[in-house]
Design a protein around this ligand. Structure first.
Ligand code: 13P
Length: 248
């Protein structure tokens, strides 16, 4: 049997009570897919009723620190207390706008792992990287921290999201075959860290995913799910994506 699809909603800095209410009425439970909803953390407790066997809540980021004088930070324990069991880490918007370094991304992975949160490490190249033929090098380079971490539990709890930066919020996507070939390289690299790891790893595609295009990505052998931004702000569109990905 193949792996279950993983479908993740990243609200980013969007939504409010109205979107919370519409998610609470949404139909997200489907046998073939694990669904993770990542709202702004301030809404986590209000979304607790969504939690089911196949539906979980997650954060979009977390503090690398457990507690202390870090104004504005949210720790992994706080996420857990509010019902979150997953977190995105190293999203390109965090790397670009908050200047998150590889070192910080690794510290966050380790903090999440210590607390028992499941993690989705985000990687991706810029348009300039792709045009200059450096896309693979850039993406695989972002995975070097996994070798540094050298931690079996961390790797066991990890999924990876490949999000080409030029496809985020642009309406433009990588082609399914472009994404597949990057996913294959990612799996190869993770496999080199531990024999069974690569096979079990779920690698998601992200970047302008919609109900219209998600099926074509999930047909590819190394694409195990999707990370959805804009399209998850419309609940019925997100429900469709979950259904399509869950029935591949
Ligand atoms: P869009 O689906 O809006 O392109 O965003 C992708 C993304 O960054 C999800 O994390």
């Amino acid at each position: 049997m193949g792996k279950k699809s993983l479908v993740v909603a990243n609200w980013k800095c969007n939504g409010g009570i109205e979107l919370v209410q519409s998610y609470l009425k949404a139909f997200l439970e489907i046998d073939g897919a694990d669904v993770v909803v990542c709202p702004p953390v301030i809404f986590l407790t209000q979304l607790r009723a969504l939690i089911r066997k196949n539906v979980s809540l997650g954060a979009q980021d977390l503090s690398a620190f457990e507690a202390g004088p870090y104004t504005g930070n949210i720790s992994s324990e706080m996420i857990l207390e509010c019902g979150g069991t997953w977190t995105l880490i190293g999203h390109s918007e965090r790397r670009a706008l908050h200047l998150e370094s590889q070192e910080e991304v690794l510290q966050k992975l380790q903090a999440a792992n210590r607390a028992g949160l499941k993690t989705i490490l985000c990687v991706g190249e810029t348009l300039a990287d792709r045009k200059s033929g450096h896309a693979v090098e850039k993406v695989l380079g972002q995975l070097d921290i996994l070798r540094e971490a050298n931690d079996a539990a961390l790797l066991d709890n990890l999924s990876i999201a490949y999000e080409p930066i030029w496809a985020i919020g642009t309406g433009e996507t990588a082609s399914p075959s472009e994404a597949q070939s990057m996913h294959e390289r990612i799996r190869e690299k993770v496999s080199s860290l531990g024999e069974t790891l690569g096979g079990n790893l779920r690698i998601l595609y992200g970047g302008s995913v919609s109900a219209h295009n998600c099926g074509s990505f999930l047909k590819e052998g190394d694409i195990d799910g999707v990370l959805v931004g804009g399209s998850c702000l419309n609940v019925s569109e997100f429900e469709k994506i979950v259904r399509i990905c869950g029935s591949r």
